[in-house]
Structure formats: structure tokens, C-alpha cells
Design a protein around this ligand. Structure first.
Ligand SMILES: [Zn+2]
Length: 339
């Protein structure tokens, strides 16, 4: 892994100035009591928060050593002063619940166990519901002595303003192209997965570890459905809309469609060498002819709308139906109408 000269021991590729800033604050004992780590999925926000907890609490000279008592307990997830709160497993919807918030508040009233600084991670913080947030506001604003909050989100727009305003925001970005390319090749990860991950090592690793196959299967199912009459397309939308596990399936379909339309723009501009989905070029060439240029502009707008609606928790099926109905219309419009 190639790191900048000032960042020999940092855990993440990219984001070196963010990492340096936080390590400096830790060294000078002036960490803010509640950080909001925001930025794209998979760039290492949670990884860095966990590393920082180990760094601050490690008992060795060169930190984090990975072998002292504190490091070992933190790595195994058994350290009583490292608390990670995620979606409530007792609830059907993906939320951080008021029960969890109250349990956390009670736990934080107890003395720290052994840590110099107790770390509380809310990940993802944007799933906290209003009632839970209200019961945590005061604690986040003024945590018990020696307690540190790190809120983590890739959807900062969905995070309640009352919470956001009580944190210091730390922005993580995608990994710069050159660093990312080096990092990918160091791990033998294909360029296609790297491009689809757009600067997110975590996503690239997931694609590399087999999620990529599932993704390609989802892409081909979509391409097949788009060639079908509208009622079949709606049946497809319904089936995909139902497959929500954690990261929404509808979001995946929207991302895939965006990549295909991006490829159409390349084809229309004679840049067939830059396709993400070169193996489906034969399917995309007629699209590029039918959609360029007006249809592609309108579909780009439609994709943005679809994303907004998914963010507002509109049902995945409904979002996909209107997206595909529009695509269908654009693909069947006569070229002369497509301005
Ligand atoms: Zn250690």
C-alpha cells in the first residue's frame, strides 16, 4: 500500500489528511467528544473509528500494537469500553431504537472499565429514529467524562438535524484514482470491480469476494426485463422491489442502470474502449442510438429522482416501475422525437 510520507502507520488508503488530523487531535488530547464521520460507503469510516479507539487506548509504545490487552479485547469486540450500536435486531425495520438509546444511556452512566477513553460508535447513525435521537441528544452533547462518540454515515442528508448539529463533521472522500488503482492491483482486484466501486475499497473488496457475480446476475436480469412488454417489466420491478436486505436491492438496480447509461454516453461519443459493461456492448449499442442525446439527459434526471425517492423510503417497486416505464418510453420513441 502506498501512503503519503506523513502517514506511515495509518490504516486507510486515501483520506490521509483526515487521518492525520484526527491522530494529531488524539495525540494532543483534544478529540472532539462527538464526531460525525461522513462520506461514501466503503471508504473506511468505521474501520478508522475502530482503529482510532485502539490507537487511543493501546498500552504499547508503538500504537496500536494489536497485541496488548486493550488491543486484543478491542479487536475481538469484547472490550467493555468500545460500544458499537447498529440497527436494532429486535425490530423489523432497520432502525436504532429508543430501547437501544435508553440502554446506552444507562450503560454510559457506569464508570469506564479500563479504557483511557471509551468509544461509542453509532453505525449507521442515519437509521436512528426521532424518539431514540431525542433520548440521546443530551448524552451526545455532553457525554460522561472520558467518553467519545463517533457517528458514522454515508447518507448525511438522512441524519436528523438535531443530531447533526451536536457533532463535529469529518468528511471522508473516495480514494484518489491513482492510489486506488495501486491498491486494487496490489490485491489482484479487477479493474471492472474497481470502476464500479468508484473509489471505495470496501465496495471493491465485496465485489471481488463474490458480490460481483451477484451484481452481474442482477444486471443481466434487468437487461432481459427491459426487452419485455411493460407488464413483464412491472413484474420484474415488483420482484426486485421485494428483495430488500440491508442495502436496498432497488438501489443496486438503480446503480446498475446508471452504469449502463454511462456506457451509452461513451458509445455515443465513440469511446467504446471505456465501457464498464463491455461484455454487453451488443445490448447497449441500440440503446445509445435510441437515447442520444435527449433521452440520456432525461434518464439521468430520472435516476436522480429515483435516488431521492428511495432516500425518502418510497417503496422500491414503485420507484423502479416509474423508472423503467420512462426508459421503455425513451427506448421506443422514434429518433426524430428524441431531442
Ligand atoms: Zn496495543
Amino acid at each position: 500500500m502506498v501512503m503519503g510520507p506523513v502517514a506511515p502507520a495509518y490504516p486507510l488508503v486515501g483520506n490521509s489528511s483526515v487521518q492525520a488530523r484526527l491522530v494529531r487531535a488524539a495525540n494532543e488530547d483534544r478529540l472532539h467528544h462527538a464526531y460525525l464521520f461522513e462520506g461514501p460507503e466503503g471508504v473506511g469510516k468505521a474501520t478508522f473509528a475502530l482503529w482510532l479507539a485502539r490507537y487511543v487506548n493501546c498500552e504499547a509504545e508503538v500504537r496500536p500494537c494489536g497485541t496488548c490487552r486493550s488491543c486484543r479485547l478491542m479487536i475481538s469486540g469484547a472490550h467493555p469500553d468500545l460500544v458499537v450500536v447498529g440497527p436494532d435486531p429486535e425490530k423489523a425495520t432497520r432502525i436504532i431504537s429508543v430501547d437501544q438509546a435508553q440502554a446506552l444511556t444507562r450503560a454510559l452512566q457506569l464508570q469506564r472499565h479500563s479504557a483511557r477513553r471509551r468509544f461509542v460508535l453509532l453505525d449507521p447513525a442515519d437509521v436512528i429514529n426521532e424518539e431514540a435521537a431525542n433520548s440521546l441528544l443530551k448524552t451526545i452533547e455532553e457525554p460522561p467524562r472520558g467518553t467519545q462518540f463517533v457517528l458514522i454515515t454515508s447518507r448525511v442528508g438522512s441524519l436528523l438535524q438535531t443530531i447533526r448539529s451536536r457533532t463535529e463533521r469529518v468528511r471522508f472522500g473516495p480514494v484518489p484514482t491513482e492510489d486506488f488503482a495501486l491498491w486494487l492491483s496490489g490485491r489482484g482486484i479487477s479493474e471492472v470491480h474497481g470502476l464500479a466501486a468508484s473509489g471505495s475499497p470496501g465496495i471493491a473488496l465485496r465485489l471481488h469476494d463474490g458480490e460481483g457475480d451477484e451484481r452481474l446476475a442482477a444486471r443481466d436480469a434487468m437487461l432481459d426485463a427491459i426487452g419485455q412488454p411493460l407488464f413483464r417489466l412491472f413484474a420484474y420491478s415488483e420482484a426486485e422491489g421485494k428483495k430488500d436486505e440491508g442495502v436496498s436491492r432497488a438501489e443496486l438496480v438503480v446503480n446498475l442502470l446508471e452504469e449502463l447509461l454511462r456506457d451509452c454516453v461513451c458509445l455515443a461519443n465513440g469511446r467504446g474502449d471505456r465501457l464498464l459493461h463491455a461484455d454487453r456492448r451488443d445490448r447497449l449499442e441500440p440503446w445509445a442510438r435510441a437515447l442520444w442525446p435527449g433521452g440520456l439527459a432525461r434518464m439521468t434526471q430520472a435516476l436522480a429522482t429515483a435516488r431521492d425517492r428511495l432516500r425518502l423510503n418510497v417503496n422500491g417497486r414503485t420507484v423502479l416501475e416509474s423508472l423503467f416505464a420512462q426508459l421503455n418510453l425513451e427506448l421506443t420513441a422514434r429518433p426524430a422525437e428524441n431531442r
